[in-house]
Ligand binder design. Structure first.
Ligand code: B3K
Ligand code: ZN
Length: 899
């Protein structure tokens, strides 16, 4: 293990900045090899700060000159240590002039100023600005920026930065300049510049107030036919924030720029959002329905940050969820409102909960578990997590559940009234909600400070004589690193009761007047470790529907019988729980099949695992329920698709004491095949009913039909017979959109069809020029059922593969390590050896992306001793690598730490 362990930063050590910034003027002379940056900062001492030194952060910079109030400082006047430049004894009012140089072309970390396909881009959140100049690079230091960009006019005809363009013109030597001014104070992490050969789609847009704004989507020349959906999504976002939250765009100009090399999805820089191409570019030929939906969500997300993040920002990075949890909640609501219908909203809700359970629940149960507002970190980039984002969004959603939609809006209004222009904390947000709603939300704070997924165990007691139903809820939360004991959470539990016919009962709680009883869903507030609620006037023993709409991010335990689950699947008026019942039923079946596979393996049978499974007693509850859903034309196709999709292998793994990836895989495949056989006639009919050749539209209704049709196709492909091959081949040949094309190609790739190789080759040559489609091509093969480590190693040698581009790295390496568990966890450890090689390679070029991949092994303790041993070796191999980045070191150290 390396010895120079990087320091841990603690939330409790927060200290206010010693100096505040008023104005920042910057001049850039952009050259890929060496860019010169001149910065003038006007600062004032913070009278309340304990320390007096000026503190400026800087990384990988060449300091050319430093002047304080006109006087050049020499090395004796300041000291640089651990990335901080300190100047002691400076006066209260200071003008600093700093000249630095950086090397954008060599910057492979994609943080700070870098070059992608010949153009300049920046990424400053969280701490990238310090790679551009020395600066008090922390979110609670906000200043007004003026930025002058100078560059070669031919190579970089477009020069963009935050705010408004106030001047442009030519310079000698074929160069030109543009001067930008951002009218709003901002923290340095929201700074951005773009310079390059780009073109834009632009539109004037009228706000509700009547003011006109200019909207632009900037892309490389060949991509102008792929910007319309992003533009539409931007306009919808602007309108939605006006309508739902009364928030108006505060700038005259709003720009989105797409870049092919980007570490994450997108970035909300003030007025100049920079996006991964994946979340901008779309047309029916290259983008799937899921891409269309993601683009809408991410465009919305970044736009909504303009208020939740930019106008009101974070005091320190521990408060990240203040802006991220809230903004994810806002983008989820936006997407739901764009679909409009109740069933559409439910589909969106189910999708979001699936992400939470698939990714966040495991994080909460592993060595990287942390509260929504972490107490410490080594590298902040490692804390842009599903906990901070998705669980954070659930926490915000619970305010809305507790206060109601209007109450939540009042809380938001108060939050902006109090904090516009400030850098604040999660406590400030909670206080605004509590004060506006006149509610005591003290205990609610534990959602921010305690990690781990709470369990809620429910039980009921029906008293036929008294006609009461007593519902008892008991909560607990497993220990997480650094937090052994947990205190009870404040949990909103939405509950309904179904009568024998499946109708909702009107609910009255003991002590209430019956008049109030119209509601059929009640939100119970569980605040103690154990609490009982008594419903009165319950004429017959009902079936409870608990945690409707997934009203809190908890794991609910209730001992449903198979019959009750099938009943809820058929009748629950709450679509979320209707879907949930099916998932519970399927999980139960999958777990017993997994155990059967393990038993068959252990008994050393010569017969195949399949024949053992086939001989198991048949259980038709699930098949019958799925058939009923599949054929129920009153249900949205999108909803039916969700019901038909079995819990993922990762989801099943989470339910097991010791994860057995191969047994899970065999069980799930067996169940899919069995269902395909039993339902083949119904599936074929559903395929035909939902297969339409008409013009492509990404709207929710059309994409829902495609989703259902394609999940049906994937089931039929399990049969691996001629009919399935023909169906897939025909769809592959005739598809007029990427959704159908890709689904058909996947069906072929997972089958024994003769046309499979050719289909993959044709696809490649057709889309060779479309990077985002080639990413899909890699992913499809990395996650194919037949793929193993060797397949992936071969693909990694393909001329189109490179680790340097994050999207490409994710498309092959991440997809394999995270999306193909049975192959990745090959018993010989070959998957882990491959993983270690890739983490080490990425560590050298892009630590942030490397650290993400490093997380693929963080749950190693959940596996069998033999696999654990191999994983530990791979982890140690990475740990022993010289020059390990802070990012990777933190993940590996925490993974290996004693429990
Ligand atoms: N705020 C950025 C994330 C920046 C991540 C830096 N490692 C994107 C977003 O959440 O909108
Ligand atoms: Zn965000």
């Amino acid at each position: 293990m390396r010895t120079d362990t990087p320091p841990t930063i603690y939330r409790k050590d927060y200290a206010a900045p010693t100096y505040f910034v008023d104005t920042v003027e910057m001049g850039f002379d952009l050259e890929p090899e060496l860019t010169r940056v001149a910065t003038r900062i006007v600062m004032q001492r913070n009278p309340a700060a304990a320390g007096r030194d000026i503190e400026l952060y800087g990384e990988e910079l060449e300091l050319v000159q430093l002047r304080l109030n006109g006087k050049t400082l020499t090395a004796r006047d300041y000291r640089i240590q651990g990335g901080i430049l300190r100047i002691a004894g400076a006066p209260a009012k200071v003008t600093l002039e700093i000249e630095t140089t950086t090397q954008p072309q060599r910057n492979t970390s994609l943080m700070g100023l870098y070059v992608s396909n010949g153009n300049f881009f920046t990424q400053c959140e969280a701490e990238g600005f310090r790679k551009i100049t020395y600066f008090p690079d922390r979110p609670d230091v906000m200043g007004k920026y003026t930025v002058m960009l100078r560059a070669d006019k031919k190579l970089y005809p477009v020069l963009l930065s935050n705010g408004n363009l106030i001047e442009e013109g030519d310079l000698p030597g074929g160069r030109h300049y543009a001067k930008w001014e951002d009218p709003f104070k901002k923290p340095s992490y929201l700074f951005a510049l773009v310079a390059g050969n780009l073109v834009c789609q632009e539109e004037k847009y009228k706000l509700q107030s009547g003011r006109e704004v200019l909207l632009q989507v900037w892309v490389e020349e060949g991509n102008l036919d792929k910007t319309q959906h992003a533009m539409d999504s931007l306009k919808n976002s602007i309108r939605w924030d006006e309508e739902r939250f009364g928030l108006e765009l505060d700038l005259d100009r709003f720009m989105i720029v797409a870049v092919g090399d980007f570490n994450m999805g997108a970035m909300e820089n003030k007025g100049l959002n920079i996006f991964n191409t994946k979340f901008v570019l779309a047309n029916p030929r290259i983008a799937t329905d899921v891409d269309y939906a993601n683009i809408e969500a991410v465009v919305g997300h970044e736009y909504f940050h303009n208020w939740t993040g930019n106008r009101v920002t974070c005091r320190d990075w521990f408060q990240l969820s203040l802006k991220e949890g809230l903004t994810v909640f806002r983008d989820q609501e936006f997407s739901a409102d764009m679909i409009g219908s109740d069933s559409g909203r439910a589909v969106k809700r189910i999708d979001d909960v699936r992400v939470l359970r698939q990714a966040q629940f495991p994080e909460d149960a592993g060595p990287m578990a942390h509260p929504v507002r972490p107490d410490s970190f080594v590298e902040i980039n490692n804390f842009y997590t599903v906990t901070v984002y998705e669980k954070g969004a659930e926490v915000v959603r619970m305010y809305q559940t507790l206060l109601g939609r209007d109450g939540f809006r009042k809380g938001m209004d108060l939050y902006f009234q109090r904090h516009d222009g400030q850098a604040v904390t999660c406590d400030d947000f909670r206080a605004a909600m509590a004060d506006a709603g006149k509610r005591d939300l003290k205990q609610f704070e534990r959602w921010y400070s305690q990690a781990g997924t709470p369990r809620v165990a429910a039980s009921v007691r029906y008293d036929a004589k008294a006609k009461t139903l007593e519902l008892t809820l008991e909560q607990s939360c497993p220990p997480t690193p650094g937090q052994k004991k947990k205190l009870p959470f404040h949990i909103p539990v939405a509950v309904g009761l179904l009568d024998r016919k499946g109708r909702d009962l009107a609910l009255t709680l003991a002590g209430e007047k019956t008049a109030k009883s119209a509601a059929t869903t009640r939100v119970l507030e569980l605040t103690q470790a154990k609490q009982s609620f008594t419903f009165t006037n319950v004429a017959e023993k009902p079936v409870p529907s608990i945690l409707r709409g997934f009203s809190a991010p908890v794991a609910l335990e209730y001992d449903y019988s198979d019959a009750e689950l099938a009943f809820l699947m058929a009748h629950d008026s709450d679509p979320f729980n209707r879907w949930e019942a099916g998932q519970r039923l399927a999980t139960r079946r999958l777990l017993s099949l997994t155990i059967a596979v393990q038993a068959a393996r252990q008994s050393g049978h010569v017969v195949s695992v399949d024949s053992v499974l086939n001989s198991l007693q048949h259980d038709s509850a699930l098949t019958d329920a799925l058939r009923a859903t599949l054929n129920d034309a009153s249900l949205d196709p999108a909803f039916r698709e969700l019901v038909l999709t079995l819990p993922s292998e990762t989801m099943i793994a989470e339910q097991m004491e010791v994860i057995d990836p191969q047994a899970i895989h065999a069980a799930r495949q067996f169940l899919r095949r069995t269902l395909a056989k039993e339902l083949s006639a119904d599936l074929l009919k559903a395929y035909r009913d939902n297969h339409h050749g008409g013009a492509y539209s990404p709207d929710a209704a059309s994409s829902g039909k495609r989703a259902l049709k394609n999940v049906v196709l994937s089931y039929l492909a399990e049969l691996d017979d001629e009919q399935a091959h023909t169906l897939a081949q025909q769809q592959c040949d005739n598809a007029n959109n990427m959704t159908d094309r890709l689904a058909a190609l996947a069906a072929l790739a997972n089958s024994g069809a003769t046309g499979k190789r050719k289909a993959l080759e044709d696809f490649y040559s057709e889309f060779e020029q479309e990077a985002l489609v080639i990413d899909k091509w890699f992913t499809l093969q990395a996650t194919a059922r037949t793929a193993d480590v060797e397949t992936v190693r071969t693909l990694a040698r393909h001329p189109a593969f490179t680790l340097k581009n994050p999207n490409r790295a994710r498309s092959l390496i991440f997809s394999f390590c995270n999306g193909n568990p049975s192959a990745f966890h090959a018993l010989d450890g070959s998957g882990y050896a491959f993983w270690a090689e890739q983490v080490i390679a990425l560590n050298g070029s892009n630590p942030q992306v490397a650290a993400r991949l490093a997380r693929s092994l963080d749950r190693w303790r959940k596996y069998s001793p033999a696999l654990q041993e191999r994983m530990r070796n791979a982890l140690r191999q990475v740990a022993d690598t010289p020059k390990l980045s802070r990012d990777v070191a933190e993940v590996i150290t925490k993974s290996l730490a004693d429990k």
